[in-house]
Design a protein around this ligand. Structure first.
Ligand code: AKG
Length: 279
């Protein structure tokens, strides 16, 4: 992350990172994303269920290690959390060198992954806006003598092109800095200052959770499928909705595949359970 990118991230609260993934990464991830979407679509209504402390009720898929919630009709979305457990193809995104070169410049101290979700957004679906202005301290944005000091940031990886009318991720630039409460109650598509960020397959978007953001209505026939990964200080617990403020859910099998650098991103020091111990 160069000086211009740091300045722009601080000024606007986000960066669009063109050609961030290699074509090999896109080619590897796209079919696995489709496989997981199909699996999630077939299972999201099934037992067993897990009640999130934030409200939604998720199907927990023990075999594949994910939580899924939502609906697949027009206007709906399913969110599949803990996708890292589904297939080793996702391992390349854990301690991904290019991603970490950005994260370490905007989150100070030891860093961890606290959120992982595959968002599947059907025709007519919009993602409600949130963030901007006064926020939960977990998500606050600040700077200090060492530079940017964000608490929670997210990166979205795209393996499809997404135009403004295809459910683009959207932001109100600069709103991570305001200290005034949000005065608008309109939809994401009508909110003053909200812009859709158009991207191509292989691009990524990095943003602070303190920024006002959402997703414009998907007015197309393309189902939008995106991978979202959240980072913050290493002590921050899961910020996935299903497992909010619990230890991030990584199956022992996934854990054993990971090298030490990857494990450190998932609260290695808390995993005293023998299932996580190595011989
Ligand atoms: O991608 C979207 O449509 C919204 C995503 C979002 O709100 C988030 O990642 O926090």
């Amino acid at each position: 992350m160069n000086n211009i990118e740091q300045y722009e991230f601080d000024r606007q609260g986000f960066l669009v990172l063109k050609d961030f993934l290699t074509s090999q990464e896109v080619t590897t991830l796209a079919p696995i994303i489709n496989k997981l979407v199909n699996h999630g679509e077939d299972h999201y209504t099934q037992e067993p269920r897990k009640q999130s402390k934030w409200g939604p009720n998720y199907h927990f898929n023990a075999e594949n290690g994910y939580h899924v919630n939502g609906g697949t009709k027009n206007g709906e979305t399913i969110i599949i959390e803990d996708f890292f457990n589904f297939d080793p193809a996702f391992d390349c995104l854990v301690n991904h060198p290019k991603t970490m070169s950005y994260i370490t410049k905007i989150v100070q101290g030891e860093t961890g992954i606290n959120n992982s979700e595959l968002r599947v957004r059907y025709t007519d679906n919009a993602s409600g806006t949130h963030g901007g202005g006064p926020t939960n301290p977990k998500y606050r944005y600040a700077t200090n003598d060492h530079g940017i000091d964000a608490m929670m940031v997210r990166i979205i990886y795209f393996v499809q092109d997404v135009d403004a009318d295809q459910g683009a991720f959207s932001v109100v630039p600069g709103t991570h800095k305001t200290r005034l409460p949000m005065p608008y109650t309109c939809s994401v598509d009508e909110e003053p200052g909200m812009i859709g960020l158009e991207v191509k397959a292989g691009d990524a978007i990095l943003f602070t959770e303190n920024l006002r953001h959402g997703g414009l209505t998907n007015q197309s026939d393309q189902v939008r499928k995106t991978l979202h990964v959240g980072y913050g200080p290493a002590w921050m617990m899961s910020q996935n909705i299903a497992t909010m403020d619990e230890v991030p859910y990584i199956k022992p099998e996934t854990w054993h595949r990971y090298d030490q650098g990857q494990r450190e991103l998932f609260q290695a020091w808390l995993r005293t359970d023998p299932e996580y111990q190595t011989c």
